[in-house]
Design a protein around this ligand. Structure first.
Ligand SMILES: *Cc1c(COP(=O)(O)O)cnc(C)c1O
Length: 401
């Protein structure tokens, strides 16, 4: 990768080679261009950068630590390290880009933040950012998800956000996206759409990546401080791909570091609808306004997907990941629901850290790597904590002796 990677990708039209871009209705084109121009004008200013730095330190609690897993390393071989994004305020990496997006909204004079949410994690992070800045917040969520993820609905309401149910179609994430975009188009002057990952039309995949780069910048420094070396392997789970690109971005130019993105293999890779292994089994296509690897049905509609981790349950993936796969810069692998659960309990019991089910996919893959490469080091991005998943895990899998 060239030293100018971040200047070259995406190109001015938002493409990462053939992926990305903005395939959107004309009314939206002008708005996206405005957000893009403002992003370049504002986010590079000294004032913006120092405000964001302050927020990260005093509100979010950054830098989050890198931790060496003593007992896991002893048991599996290898040297396993975790970047503790579970210790970021609100318990996951998502606040990194939500605070950035909300700060940009404030500089643009916007009054309201609008977004969709699936399981509610992005909604909670954005509602937190809105409260911090004194902005209104409107979160669109499928009616089915509202019932399923009620604690997150309560969190959003406590934080002062308005939760708008999406009542058409399957009443889940896709319908929430439609509903949120509709609301945004009604008043693009006073509102701004805040996307939840490195997906959607340009400039979102670039903006969210840039706000998540802090994870990799910190982790690289911390790891070097602890070991005097770079990690042999870096592992992160991939839903849309924001936590993964955040940590990978610091290592793209270090050819000696192998990068692994871990997708949800779900119940089985054999049947469509049983997994969300977009990179492993998808083909290039257009979804939600951008081009990427996608899982689609015969009609070109997004295919139904499944993962035990609702944050990974998406039939597309960030355009930058799509490019990095083709360039063979990152290897994409999958982990099944059952392997994820085993890793969830293993990390909890061996290290006293309960991971989010999303993050447990990365841990599961790291354990495999450690066994196969006992002399190597592995840095895992632990994207979030597992408190949100306890009821689900215990109800469906029980607690092992
Ligand atoms: C949302 C979420 C993810 C998946 O999103 P990415 O954009 O792929 O990072 C992963 N881990 C946690 C804890 C999440 O909340």
């Amino acid at each position: 990768m060239s030293a100018n990677y971040f200047k070259n990708y995406p190109n001015p039209e938002g493409f990462f080679n053939e992926y990305g871009g903005a395939f959107i209705p004309p009314q939206l084109e002008a708005e996206m261009k405005k957000i893009n121009d403002a992003y370049f004008a504002i986010s590079k200013s000294h004032k913006f950068i120092s405000e964001l730095r302050d927020i990260r330190k005093h509100f979010q609690g950054r830098p989050t630590p890198v931790y060496h897993c003593h007992r896991l390393s002893q048991k599996y071989g290898g040297q396993i390290y975790l970047k503790r994004e579970d210790l970021n305020h609100t318990g996951a990496h998502k606040l990194n880009h939500c605070m950035g997006e909300a700060l940009l909204a404030k500089h643009l004079g916007k009054k309201k933040l609008i977004a969709e949410t699936g399981a509610g994690q992005h909604g909670v992070a954005l509602a937190t950012a809105a409260a911090f800045f004194g902005l209104e917040c409107e979160i669109h969520m499928g009616e089915v998800d509202i019932a399923k993820e009620y604690p997150n609905v309560l969190r959003m309401k406590i934080l002062g956000a308005k939760v708008v149910p999406a009542t058409h179609g399957l009443k889940t994430l896709k319908e929430a996206v439609d509903s949120a975009f509709g609301a945004y188009l009604e008043d693009p002057i006073n509102t701004i759409y805040c996307i939840g990952s490195v997906v959607g039309p340009h400039p979102f995949p670039m903006m969210v990546r840039d706000f998540q780069r802090i994870v990799g910048i910190e982790a690289k420094d911390q790891f070097f401080d602890m070991t005097g070396e770079l990690p042999d392997n870096v592992v992160a789970c991939v839903g849309g791909g924001s936590n993964a690109i955040g940590i990978f971005s610091a290592f793209l130019e270090d050819d000696e570091c192998k990068l692994y993105g871990v997708e949800p293999g779900g119940k089985s890779l054999e049947t469509i609808g049983d997994h969300a292994a977009t990179m492993t089994l998808g083909t290039p296509g257009i979804i939600h306004g951008f081009k990427c690897y996608t899982l689609q049905d015969e009609k070109g509609e997004p295919a139904p997907v499944h993962s035990i981790a609702s944050g990974l349950d998406y039939p597309g993936v960030g355009p930058e990941h799509s490019m990095l796969k083709d360039l063979k810069k990152v290897t994409y692998e999958s982990i099944s629901d059952d392997e994820c659960i085993a890793a969830f309990y293993e990390l909890s019991r061996m290290e006293g850290i309960i991971p989010a089910l999303e993050s447990a996919h990365a841990v599961a893959y790291a354990l495999k790597l450690a066994k196969a490469n006992p002399k190597q080091s592995i840095l895992v991005n632990l994207s979030g904590r597992g408190d949100k998943d306890l009821d689900y895990v215990v109800e469906n899998y029980g607690v092992p002796e």
